[in-house]
Design a binder for this molecule. Structure first.
Ligand code: PGA
Length: 248
């Protein structure tokens, strides 16, 4: 299982960041079933990830759509890779709300891959309807993000299904395992149109949206997901420990 802790802008000081990192290292010691990835704000990522030799890995929360040069304030894929990031979250709904279009997201995927970062592409509908329009919406987000990549690049992309209606709520309002199971199958079906042979079966599909200690085990056991993207529950030491214990 891949467990990605998306710290968003919740963790703002180095002391707290280091405490969570140390806790993560203690929790994964001696177990091989869960890979823990931390996604701190960029400056804190640099402070924690540079020279990191622990089993904990790091993800950028986003990368620049630019490739360097005269771009004040931008943090490029190359900089994240040099700072020790292994993954890059791309297309999170909070970045889409801040203006990232599907075209920008496709560009960011290409930049991440060009610099050796594994992209975690977020897709997710704003709301559910009874006619299944949310499925076409997911298809469109996924298709527009990956269609211009080569088959080799497409194989490297991790897909995170993050329905906006479930983000920043509570476990009781998150998706149910059987509904998630349907979505995971649907995402693999769409991916199969873009990936040769059976390789879509190997794409990692994650879920994010109010994953908490109360629902992680059920979602992990019966939905077919390969891991989780976790926001608010990953920044509290107690719930972070419970999450890792529940799925390890
Ligand atoms: P949440 O956030 O776990 O707080 O719902 C998930 C995310 O936005 O990635």
């Amino acid at each position: 299982m891949l467990l990605v802790a998306n710290w968003k802008a919740y963790v703002e000081d180095i002391k707290r960041a280091k405490e969570l990192f140390s806790l993560g290292k203690r929790l994964v010691r001696g177990q091989r079933t869960t890979t823990v990835v931390l996604a701190p704000p960029s400056v804190l990522l640099g402070a924690l990830a540079l020279g990191n030799s622990s089993p904990i890995l790091f993800a950028a929360q986003d990368i620049s759509a630019t490739t360097g040069g005269a771009q004040t304030g931008e943090v490029t894929a190359q900089v994240y890779a040099a700072a020790g990031a292994v993954y890059a979250i791309i297309g999170h709904s909070e970045r889409r709300a801040a203006g990232d279009s599907n075209a920008v997201i496709a560009e960011k995927l290409a930049h991440a891959l060009a610099h050796g970062l594994v992209p975690i592409l977020c897709i997710g509908e704003k709301e559910r309807d009874t006619e299944g329009r949310y499925l076409s919406f997911l298809r469109e987000e996924l298709t527009l993000a990956i269609k211009s990549l080569s088959p080799k690049e497409r194989r490297k992309v991790i897909v995170a299904y993050e329905p906006e209606w479930a983000i920043e709520k509570t476990a009781a309002l998150a998706i149910h395992a059987d509904d998630l199971c349907e979505i995971v199958l649907y995402i693999r079906k769409v991916l199969a149109e873009f990936l040769p042979g059976k390789s879509s079966a190997h794409t990692l599909v994650l879920y994010g949206g109010s994953v908490e200690p109360a629902n992680i085990r059920d979602l992990a056991a019966s939905s077919g997901v390969d891991g989780f993207l976790i926001g608010h529950a990953s920044i509290d030491p107690k719930t972070f420990s419970q999450l890792i214990k529940e799925i390890s």
